[in-house]
Ligand binder design. Structure first.
Ligand code: 5GP
Ligand code: ZN
Length: 134
């Protein structure tokens, strides 16, 4: 429990939320400002800031819960598609610093676009590949 964390307060029951699923390690509740009805946040029950500090086994459990919620949104809400997202660090849009995965139901013609891709210049993709590959 991190005293200054809004999501820790939610798990603790100090702030109300619309919870839809929980298990030993994870907790899922409706985002208060949804992109579409049913937009859900999956969080670990213990406080970890983001993907970098979340233990792998806990992240794996968050992913399993995210899949469960995605299937539920499709089945119950009739979602035509699902976006999964996670913002890590302020420059990537993270506002709440308790790790969370967004599971967002999408509907035909709901008006949202994905971000636009750019193109690599000649030879650049190989340079980046060489930097990144394990
Ligand atoms: P991010 O940190 O990935 O940018 O997003 C944080 C998300 O948490 C936002 O989509 C925001 O609407 C949601 N959020 C922030 N505060 C609360 C809250 O008190 N309750 C709920 N249910 N969602 C919240
Ligand atoms: Zn927290």
């Amino acid at each position: 429990m991190n005293e200054n964390c809004i999501f820790c307060k939610i798990i603790n029951g100090d702030i109300p939320c619309a919870m839809i699923y929980q298990d030993e390690e994870t907790f899922a509740f409706l985002d208060i400002n949804p992109i579409n009805d049913g937009h859900t946040l999956i969080i670990p029950k213990h406080h970890h800031e983001n993907i970098f500090s979340t233990p792998s086994d806990i992240f794996a459990k968050m992913a399993i819960t995210a899949q469960k919620i995605a299937k539920r949104q499709k089945e119950i809400l009739g979602a035509d598609g699902i976006n999964i997202g996670m913002n890590n660090e302020p420059d990537a849009g993270q506002v709440v610093f308790h790790a969370h995965i967004h599971v967002m139901p999408r509907f035909k013609n709901d008006g949202y676009d994905l971000w636009k891709g750019k193109t690599y210049k000649e030879g650049e993709i190989e340079k980046i590949q060489n930097k990144l590959k394990f």
